[in-house]
Design a protein. Structure first.
Length: 456
């Protein structure tokens, strides 16, 4: 290429569903800024989160290694322990911290000359001073980032510190001030003359679902399909607020005249929360390995390199970010599970070598009220169903899900059946056996932990 490596702005949203953005087909969410990003860049239709849950996905994105290899498959907690649900299997103990010996995105890019900043939700360390508080031993600043803040911004998480805000509506047509985005914009201004990597980890649209934009709630109430849960209006307001916050970053890149030399990547850490949004047409949601839990929005803008307004249908994965950024930065990496997708960024019709994609979730969910949760995981459930220890493998158009308790497989043809409605495991026994063997050999090769039979 010959050109200097680009600045990198990576914006990660929390729990945003694959189908939540207008540019991904949502019928009434208004997301003009992310739609603009897609129209100026490339939108991926088959991008995957490494896990159906926050911490595991984030650890994998940071390291390029799958949660099965990291032995980091669930959410971090405030203290060591494990699940005690009296189910047939016992899940592995909780993982609290991403080990310092792992090489993160910042530790790859900094030696290649990048200033590095991390802003927002970390969630790959033991909670410190409250839920999501950065660990002083395993936080971003200990994992290679030079500066940053965990400020909650305008997210409802911040109401605990400022309860008066909760019932203070924003003026009609306006959004609340957002200190997290402000800090990220300050970072851009400060480093505009350097090469930088900004990791902006937004708390939106994770619950608690609440918005100070009453005008948006009213707007969306009028748009909800008849019979919808009212909370979907507040959720929609949060989606539009997220879009607005991303728009502020894009506007700042324009104002600083940095947009042309900045790669912007936007994605979500896992699928949508089943109580608040529909992952339709995909089955499942956050917490399970059906497509709704792991397929996420993924948009890349790289002016002069990525053709504008393009769509790429090649399957890509959160573990691909580290090798991709490394390639663009001419940086060195160790062994990782992802591959560089730089070729796709230049040509959406190019193909990656065929590779199996792996997911591993040896846990139960929900941890409270498990017995009362519905056992079936469907499409647009609007309720949290039971998740039991399971793993999945995608190879080409096929995806195998393996459920540990009853040693049961499901096989889907994602090309013909993206909603995973027709289980082919009985009609395609040879392919099922083949993928199952592949799944277990991969899990074994990466030293995966498994749920084990519970003691009587
Ligand atoms: Ca999440």
């Amino acid at each position: 290429m010959g050109a200097a490596p680009p600045n990198i702005v990576f914006i990660l949203s929390d729990d945003l569903a694959w189908s939540d953005l207008a540019c991904y087909g949502h019928p009434y969410h208004h997301t003009p800024n992310l739609d603009r990003l897609a129209s100026q860049g490339m939108r991926f239709t088959q991008a995957y989160a490494p896990a159906p849950i926050c911490s595991a996905s984030r650890a994998a994105i940071l390291t390029g290694k799958t949660p099965a290899r990291l032995n980091f498959e669930f959410v971090t907690k405030d203290k060591p322990g494990g699940q005690n649900l009296k189910q047939p299997l016992e899940s592995p103990p909780y993982t609290l911290n991403l080990p310092l010996k792992e090489t993160t995105l910042a530790e790859v890019l900094a030696p290649a000359g990048y200033a590095t900043g991390f802003y927002g939700k970390w969630h790959v360390s033991q909670h410190h001073n409250g839920y999501l508080g950065w660990s002083p031993t395993h936080g971003p600043l200990q994992q290679g980032f030079a500066e940053g803040t965990g400020e909650f911004g305008s997210h409802p998480y911040g109401y605990k510190a400022q309860p008066e805000l909760k019932n203070t509506p924003a003026a009609d047509g306006t959004f609340p001030e957002d200190a997290l985005t402000d800090a990220a914009l300050d970072y851009l201004k400060k480093h505009r003359d350097e090469r930088f990597f900004l990791y902006l980890s937004q708390y939106f649209v994770h619950d608690p679902v609440h918005s100070r934009c009453q005008w948006l709630i009213e707007k969306y109430r009028a748009k909800l399909p008849p019979g919808s849960l009212d909370i979907r209006a507040s959720y929609a307001a949060m989606v539009e607020t997220l879009d607005r916050l991303v728009g502020r970053v894009l506007d700042e890149l324009d104002a600083l005249k940095l947009a042309d030399n900045t790669l912007v990547v936007f994605m979500s850490d896992n699928g949508g929360h089943p109580n608040y949004t529909a992952n339709t047409p995909l089955r499942g949601s956050k917490w399970n390995l059906y497509e709704g839990g792991i397929r996420v929005p993924f948009i890349v803008r790289w002016p002069g390199h990525t053709p504008a307004g393009t769509v790429c249908n090649e399957p890509v994965h959160g573990c691909d970010l580290l090798p991709t950024f490394a390639e663009l930065a001419s940086a060195q990496t160790g062994a990782v599970d992802g591959v560089s997708i730089a070729s796709l960024l230049r040509d959406p019709a190019s193909k990656l070598p065929e590779r199996p994609l792996l997911w591993h979730f040896p846990y139960y969910h929900p941890e409270k009220g498990f017995a009362k949760a519905p056992s079936h995981i469907g499409t647009s459930d609007f309720v949290t169903s039971q998740t039991r220890p399971h793993s999945a493998l995608r190879l080409g158009r096929h995806k195998l899900l393996h459920f540990d308790e009853d040693d049961r497989d499901e096989l889907y043809d994602l090309e013909a059946d993206p909603g995973e409605a027709a289980n082919l495991s009985t009609s395609r026994p040879e392919l099922t056996a083949q993928l199952r063997e592949r799944l277990f050999s991969m899990l074994k090769a990466c030293g995966a932990r498994f749920a084990t039979p519970s003691k009587p």
